[in-house]
Ligand binder design. Sequence first.
Ligand code: GRF
Length: 183
Amino acid sequence: MKKIAVFASGSGSNFQAILDAQLDAEISLLVCDKPQAFCVERAKKAEVPTFVFQAKEYASKEAYELEILHALKEHGVELIVLAGYMRLIGTTLLQAFEGKIVNIHPSLLPAFPGKDAIGQALEAKVKVSGVTVHYVDAGMDTGPIIAQRAIELNEDETKESLQTKIHRIEHELYPKVIQGLLQ
Ligand code: GRF
């Protein structure tokens, strides 16, 4: 079975959806840069090993990514799934896992990359936004697109209501796309 690492920084509801989907893969490691994040609790509950770190304790991105790389190798990880990981992936990981890192982003890329994509979409008053799963390259949400789903916005859409809609779609889409990548 293919071994997957999930990278997250927050609640980890997508991580949970991936766990619950029981893919033909082993979720071998959770990498998290926020020791207090709820995704760490989810990993413990599911008995998934964790690598938790704080970037400020390292001299550089390269320094912490070398440690992440070590943990990934130790666990035999073949595919990296970013699920709300709030850091740009650096050259160390990109070179070691070329074409083997995917991300999910809460907009129809290339629209609204970067932080607060949901807020950006509301600000722009778009009628349609959505979710994108894409390969990760050195840019901010710029890699080749694998799958997208559109979501219509209501007149009275709020950040919370759009967030809920987006999560619902993400939890269905991301496990499916990952399963497809395992073949
Ligand atoms: C998701 O909306 C994802 O698109 C974005 O970060 C959010 C993570 O949510 N990259 P969660 O931690 O999986 O609940």
